[in-house]
Design a protein around this ligand. Sequence first.
Ligand code: GDP
Ligand code: K
Ligand code: MG
Length: 299
Amino acid sequence: ATKTGSEDRCGFIAVLGAPNAGKSTLVNRIVGTKVSIVSPKVQTTRARVMGIALQGRAQLVFIDTPGIFEPRRRLDRAMVAAAWGGAGDADISLLLVDADKGIDSNTAKIIERMKVEHKRAHLVLNKVDKVAKPKLLELTSRLKDGPFDEIFMISALDGSGVDDLVTFLAGQIPEGPWHFPEDQVSDMTERLLAAEITREKLYLQLRQELPYSTTVETETWEEFDNGSVKIEQVIFVERDSQKSIILGKNGQMIKQLGADSRKDLEEILDRRVHLFLFVKVREKWGDDPERYRDWGLDF
Ligand code: GDP
Ligand code: K
Ligand code: MG
């Protein structure tokens, strides 16, 4: 199914940056559908996620990565390793910076490492929708001696500047046959994507640290002749008290979670969805590699 032609191009583009820079928002916008979940919380993205986009005859394969930060837990270390690993084989790497936040210590460390390891790197200042011009110019001048060939200013949220970035990238990637069929947008299975969508709702609705204690798995996936699908998912938590929070008073919380997730799933999968959510306590799931096997994280 892979097309070939003399003018075809295909390349891998790693998207790196501190947590919450807007990496997943950017990849979703370019791909045109949600392949990677987004929330205002750090560590929403836990593994490498591939988002595939076409620009003319160029197939651009974006590698969305977990944010790079100083790791503490075992899961943190695996996420940061996955982020750098995602850039290792890429043709181009992009450093995404939240222009409103500027260069924090995480970003400064990423720049130091990119100087050594990344030959074709570009800087992308994101969130220009909420930053005044003088601040942008100051940031640009501070970074012009960095390891970057080009500097772009974009808003992944409202899309400004994104087309120019994509056009530029399409011209930079190597000539060669496409790696993926033309209708493929991600390397994720529908089952995994469905679990991620529910995890996104947990990140959006739960307060403080609780989302980090949860993980979601799709247990059953049953398709019917009328085109609808029945999906059963388990939300794993670490303690009984967390289970009661997720269920909520009279089950209100989980009902809302299910409704929000189902709505998104119906849009993404383009079919009727019957979603059933269950909550199970599994102590220390965070230390159990079986729980992240689906994400492809190595330990
Ligand atoms: P990631 O951790 O780098 O993948 O960042 P996310 O894509 O999850 O985004 C983190 C937060 O920043 C979310 O609340 C996004 O809606 C928000 N965000 C992302 N891009 C932009 C942008 O261009 N402008 C604004 N104002 N917010 C953005
Ligand atoms: K995030
Ligand atoms: Mg992300």
